[in-house]
Design a protein around this ligand. Structure first.
Ligand code: SF4
Length: 185
């Protein structure tokens, strides 16, 4: 067994203290660096930096970031759900570690989205309705998971259907949350 124990604490998202969802930061009792390239393969990692051993994956609506001695999990209902997700992750880490001889490690990272990819699909009116001073600032925060696409009301106004569809596809295929979009706009 690689991972034996952990300590979990619940934190509010940095960007929104009134958010209904919470995040969890989990301190690990063991260093899990060795298993990360194998998890990158089996979980189809969104981003992986082999040099610093940081792996981000999307799992059941949560973004999970693995570091050598820490795991961060986003969008949780409460501590109970955080503990359930963490128990799953612990099992997954240990099973992957035990089976690592049968898995080809993946040291590469999926293509990272750039602000330019997002900006060209925004309305580009700099209307500030999203609460940001420009579309550029909004795109920057969006890629850091500090805001959500729904805050760009202009995009959902009906005037930018092609851009909206293309941007939602791009974001969801790159692991960003678009699930709050109800399709009625
Ligand atoms: S609401 Fe949309 S169009 Fe307006 S500034 Fe924000 S990102 Fe740009």
């Amino acid at each position: 067994m690689l991972l034996r124990d952990y300590q979990l604490r619940i934190v509010l998202p940095e960007c929104n203290f009134s958010a209904e969802k919470v995040n969890a930061i989990v301190r690990l009792s063991e260093d899990i660096s060795e298993v990360l390239p194998y998890l990158n393969r089996t979980l189809k990692g969104l981003h992986y930096i082999d040099q610093s051993k940081i792996l981000t994956v999307k799992m059941e609506g949560h973004l999970v970031t693995f570091r050598p001695k820490e795991i961060a999990i986003t969008k949780l209902e409460d501590e109970k759900e955080a503990r359930e997700v963490m128990e799953k992750l612990k099992r997954m880490i240990n099973e992957t570690y035990e089976n690592r001889n049968q898995i080809e490690p993946d040291y590469t990272s999926a293509k990272e989205l750039k602000s330019a990819d997002v900006i060209k699909l925004l309305p580009n009116t700099n209307c500030k309705e999203c609460g940001e001073r420009s579309c550029f600032a909004f795109a920057y925060k969006l890629l850091r998971h500090e805001t959500t696409i729904r805050k760009c009301h202009s995009l959902f106004s009906g005037k930018y259907e092609d851009k909206k569809k293309a941007l939602l596809n791009l974001l969801s295929s790159s692991g960003y949350d678009t699930d709050i979009f109800d399709g009625s706009n």
